[in-house]
Design a protein around this ligand. Structure first.
Ligand SMILES: [Zn+2]
Length: 295
């Protein structure tokens, strides 16, 4: 399943493919308009809303594309009048198809997992394919992003300014859940998946089984830094291996080669040589070094 680093890479790639970056600081950013969309089924994980269909099919009335953003694992195509929200689910992917492909030609070449196509005014079009159909899409009017049902409960972005030591320390007070479960809870902070949680806690020298409320200020600081570092490293390593933008398999970044504890039970700690141990915490495999991450 694509995690935050993979989705961030898709975001960067879509933005580059749509050529939304200004050629130089003095030149204006190119304007791209959506011409329309084709839906080849009624639903993915959820039915496509009437609002989504009406808005994206209205194309040019949405105003120019202002950028491709990311919130947690949602991709947000930002237009003047609102956001096209897209979640990749487990196997979803956006890919570009040949320029100026007519609807007629596309229908002939369409794969059976191609569910939605967006057409832009420069002849580009992007297809959303999703074999398992856990992905979803919706439209969010401008100005109400914070109230959207899928977005309103999300915690701060781990790489954004709101996730800092002060926030983590304050929000963990009195919490009896493990620190690992805490940082994996998207209401507390988004995008810290299972692998990244183990890796960040190792780097911060905090045992994953510790109660969140027992962290001291220095540990909160270390953990924030470690979460940011791990996610940045994962984004960068994913960036180099995602070239062809083909599908879920194309998202396999290089971060697994950098794991220090994840999936290394019984192997020596890279810092001290102690054997890495593993345990299920709230149903998820968790790894740590008993020496570097004391109780
Ligand atoms: Zn160790």
């Amino acid at each position: 399943m694509p995690e935050l680093p993979e989705v961030e890479n898709v975001r960067r790639q879509l933005e580059a493919m749509l050529d939304l970056v200004a050629p130089s600081p003095t030149k204006p950013r190119p304007r791209r308009y959506l011409l329309g969309a084709e839906f080849f089924r009624k639903d993915l994980r959820f039915p496509f809303s009437k609002k989504l269909r009406d808005r994206v099919q209205a194309g040019k009335h949405l105003g120019p594309v202002l950028g491709i953003e990311r919130r947690a694992k949602y991709l947000l195509f930002r237009f003047e009048s609102g956001l096209l929200l897209s979640h990749l689910g487990m196997t979803g992917a956006w890919r570009e198809i040949g320029r100026d492909t007519s609807s007629e030609v596309f229908r002939k070449q369409r794969g059976k997992h191609d569910h939605v196509r967006l057409l832009f005014d420069n002849g580009q079009s992007f297809v959303f394919e999703d074999p398992r159909r856990f992905g979803y899409m919706d439209w969010v009017d401008a100005g109400v992003q914070a109230q959207h049902k899928l977005l309103k409960h999300l915690g701060p972005e781990p790489l954004g300014p709101d996730f800092d030591a002060e926030y983590l320390f304050r929000s963990t007070r009195g919490k009896t859940s493990t620190i690992k479960s805490f940082v994996m809870d998207g209401r507390r902070v988004v995008g810290v998946g299972n692998i990244y949680a183990s890796e960040a806690l190792y780097r911060a020298k905090i045992r994953p089984t510790r109660k969140a409320g027992k962290l001291n200020q220095a540990e909160a600081e270390s953990l924030v830094v470690a979460i940011r570092d791990v996610l940045k490293a994962a984004i960068e390593s994913g960036g180099s291996s995602i070239r062809d933008f083909k599908g879920a398999d194309g998202y396999r970044g290089g971060f697994q080669d950098l794991h220090l504890v994840y999936d290394r039970a019984g192997e020596p700690c890279r810092t001290c040589g102690t054997k890495i141990v593993s345990k299920q915490i709230t149903g998820r495999s968790t790894f740590w070094c008993p020496n570097c991450q004391p109780k």
